[in-house]
Design a binder for this molecule. Sequence first.
Ligand SMILES: Cc1cc2nc3c(=O)[nH]c(=O)nc-3n(C[C@H](O)[C@H](O)[C@H](O)COP(=O)(O)OP(=O)(O)OC[C@H]3O[C@@H](n4cnc5c(N)ncnc54)[C@H](O)[C@@H]3O)c2cc1C
Length: 557
Amino acid sequence: MITDAESAAPFRHDLCVIGSGPAGIIVALEYARRHPDRRVLLVEYGAFQGTGSNRLDDTIRIADPRNHHAPYECTNKGLGGTSLTWGGRCVMYDDADFIDRPILRGGCTWDAAWFAQIKPHGPAAAAYFECGSGPFDLAEMPALRARPIAEGFVEGEVRDSTVERWSLPTRFGKRYRGEIEALPNLSLCCDLEGRRIGEPDDRGEVLSIECRRVTDGQPFSLRARQFVIAAGAQESTRLLLRSPGLFRRLDRVPEALGRYYQGHVSGKIASVRFRGDPRLTDYGFHRDPDGSYFRRRFQLSSPTLCRENLLNTALWLDNPLYHDPAHGNGAMSAMYLAMITPGLGRRLAPPAIARSVTKGQVHGVPRHLLNVLRGLPGSLLTPASIFYRRYCVERKLPGIFLYNKHNRYALHFHAEQVPHPDNRMVLADDGETLEIHYRLTDDDVRSVIRNHEILDQWLRRCGCGELEYWFAPEDLPEAIRDMSRDGIHQSGTTRIADRPGDGVVDRDLRVWGTQNVYLCSSSVFPTSGQANPTFFLGACAIRLAHHLAAPPCATSN
Ligand SMILES: Cc1cc2nc3c(=O)[nH]c(=O)nc-3n(C[C@H](O)[C@H](O)[C@H](O)COP(=O)(O)OP(=O)(O)OC[C@H]3O[C@@H](n4cnc5c(N)ncnc54)[C@H](O)[C@@H]3O)c2cc1C
């Protein structure tokens, strides 16, 4: 059902969910389906179709933009949230992410037992994300497990069998709007901003949340038996920072609130050259029987990560840099030229993704044109076929990976970050502006380099290949600091912990000091792993909905 603030305010709902991105939609739908007799209210800041400019992004200040995208590149507002422009890469967290390695400086405040509770919800999450029903490890796929990523490769210190899966990508607003409208016990209220969560009573129960209509600023108070804050990592954190009274039953506002902000360190510093038959290199996508795409990557095994005290890092085969015409590939040059064409580039990819392809540079246009001319007709036919598969069919080709007859591929790294207290979100003195402080630490950089070294040693030991670095050893740290940018994978700022001194929510995602306020956002993840966060967040959302729907039991919180 669609509702408005005036109609919603008089009722006490069973569940009120703030934010209608993937997390909020999954919690609301899952709960409403299981309990047709209970009333659910889903509150969304944006309009149905998403908005252009908005006051939330206008009041974010990135203290140091070197490694962080601008606010409008990081999130979307409106039904479906940031799934409007997300890429759809679905990745499972790894066992290593729940092991407290010294490099995490005590920041691993969750554990394997928690992971074990979330994992069983993977298949249900995959159904929401439409990313296929298969496993995330080729070891569970008899047809593929015998085939290495490249001739001669043997699994050991390095693994080649974990996979990423791909959503359509599902735009949650468009995909689930019909069901939201059809469910009689689920009401959606757009254009309403959650502003402040009420103070809990002496039993820890919060009665209401203060909201403000976006169009005219009119205040409303919404009442519910239980609340879930699912406003995305930034905005969920801001909402809690603006609600210090929420923690009145604790000694103080949890110190972890807003701190330990992490994303991923990402970029390319090397190519891999394999020695075997190039036709046997598994560089591209596989498809499940339902048509969904998946692809393998390199990762160090958990024992190797622990022994070496490193951050979890995925490394996948990629194309050379698009913007550098030295690659000599007509199709890549044609795609690069399309991306830098004003107006066209924006239509082909959201800004954060476009920037990762073009590096924000207009560079070597005449040489790119020469590549296109030399490569005709393939330099136009290949992009045309890719364009069709990426933009004209429902299940989109998730990426473009081109065969290399020399068996040489760029390596893309995507790495966990140290949960560092100085990387943080702070509410400025005006009570509105969210200041974001985000930098790479020396350990972040060192770990990326060491992951590459171990991969190189392992490939040589197998006689399978070796890495070719793009920078001199002494230039690698600065190169990594220059190329990496995030802000689209946000985690850590309201982390899970077993006591309020260490985190903000408990294992059930309930805010410490309350009985009935929960957080459903990747901000609760204490460590970022190598995984893009949204799929795992979806599994957490399902578990949370089931927990909320369970009969109440006595708690000590
Ligand atoms: C370009 C891009 C590509 C990405 N690609 C991937 C990918 O391939 N794989 C992956 O795992 N992740 C990816 N992500 C990240 C992914 O989009 C997010 O992890 C995911 O959308 C988070 O879901 P969410 O529901 O927590 O928050 P969001 O999707 O951000 O939704 C939050 C919703 O809450 C609303 N809201 C905010 N504040 C309030 C308030 N005070 N009151 C009411 N409503 C509020 C917002 O308007 C929004 O609709 C990408 C992100 C970007 C920007």
